[in-house]
Design a protein around this ligand. Structure first.
Ligand SMILES: [Zn+2]
Length: 352
């Protein structure tokens, strides 16, 4: 019988590649701002391809691209009628992609995210959120996912609603908070307290995703690991966020990238973050650090590309399918050492 997520995590780290929204925006298949995954219906083959690239790079989890394909987002672009087909198609694309790699023992997960309508003092909004989560989780369950991730949520109260929707369908729940500047949820809970509360309410895995780069994620992760007994998840964005600006949503252009004068607006989020981009080795190091501190659900969020994922897999001691093409600089005409190379060229390194 197939092992479930918790058994897998008990045995060691699992790797989960996310970041589909940013990847699709960069490729020209959805618009930054609204960030609605219309590509799932318009160009499903592109989503399949990205799933495959992440799988080849070592992701153990194929996450259905339902992120931000929820009712509020579709209403925003006047396409609420596409909600159900979009969600169901995203789940099918993920399942089909996983089925192409039968010998890899992949897990497929559903995904729910911040609704953007939750208001702690408005009970009506709680009921609306609940409906939004319930419909998505129901479709995920019908599709036969292995578990559901609730993520990028910064209210503990909203996470509670999402968690309840997942647990009432009897599914394994991963609850990942995105923590703003100040290191607190929007209500004012510390990340570790919020995680503990959610663990106590039945979450199987708790942790952090998005907003923060590896260092600023790690800062909160240690406290979470000390506080909870369940498995912990960590999926930072591959950007070098700082103590001053820990979240990538607010990176003022003047302070963060003063040497570039052509970026429109006053913030480099979300389409000019390149200056802060982490290289693959930084992400590999993050994965290794997680493993060492017994954080076993390891991944990467907005900004991720397959080269990051592969390096994270390698840091965890694996050789994923795309390891076949792992860098070998010894074969480079200028930097390499192959006997066939002309000294005429290799001696010129410093001249370039
Ligand atoms: Zn993200």
């Amino acid at each position: 019988m197939k092992k479930n997520l918790i058994t897998r995590l008990n045995e060691g780290p699992i790797l989960c590649a996310e970041g589909y929204l940013f990847a699709m925006e960069r490729r020209g298949y959805l618009s930054a701002g609204a960030f609605v995954p219309e590509v799932v219906l318009e160009h499903p083959e592109v989503v399949t391809q990205l799933h495959k690239e992440f799988i080849r790079s070592g992701s153990d989890v194929v996450q259905a691209f339902t992120y931000y394909g929820h009712r509020e987002k579709l209403r925003l672009i006047g396409k609420e009628d596409l909600l159900e087909p979009l969600q169901k198609n995203a789940l099918k694309i993920a399942k089909d992609a996983a089925n192409e790699f039968k010998d890899l023992d992949l897990m497929v997960c559903g995904d729910v995210a911040n609704t953007n309508i939750y208001n702690p003092t408005d009970k009506k909004s709680h009921a609306e959120c609940q409906k939004m989560y319930e419909e998505q989780v129901k479709w995920a369950k019908e599709a036969g996912v292995d578990f559901v991730i609730a993520e990028t949520i910064n209210w503990t109260g909203e996470m509670e609603i999402a968690l309840k929707a997942i647990k009432q369908e009897g599914l394994i729940a991963v609850a990942n908070f995105a923590i703003p500047k100040g290191d607190l949820t929007r209500e004012g809970h510390t990340a570790e307290d919020a995680c503990k509360m959610i663990e106590d309410q039945g979450a199987d895995v708790v942790g952090l995703n998005c907003y923060r780069g590896p260092k600023m994620t790690m800062k909160l992760l240690k406290k979470i690991r000390d506080k909870v007994s369940c498995h912990v998840a960590a999926l930072p964005v591959p950007y070098r966020t700082s103590e001053e600006y820990p979240g990538f949503l607010n990176q003022p252009k003047e302070t963060v990238d003063p040497d570039c004068s052509c970026i429109p607006g006053d913030n480099i989020f979300p389409v000019a973050l390149d200056h802060l981009y982490c290289n693959r080795f930084e992400m590999g190091e993050f994965a290794k650090d997680c493993e060492e501190m017994n954080v076993n659900f390891i991944g990467i969020c907005c900004g991720a590309e397959p080269h990051h994922v592969r390096e994270m897999a390698v840091a965890l001691g694996r050789k994923p399918e795309s390891y076949k093409y792992y860098p070998d600089i010894s074969r480079h005409w200028l930097h390499g050492k192959d006997k066939s190379f002309l000294e005429l060229n290799t001696s010129m390194k410093k001249k370039y």
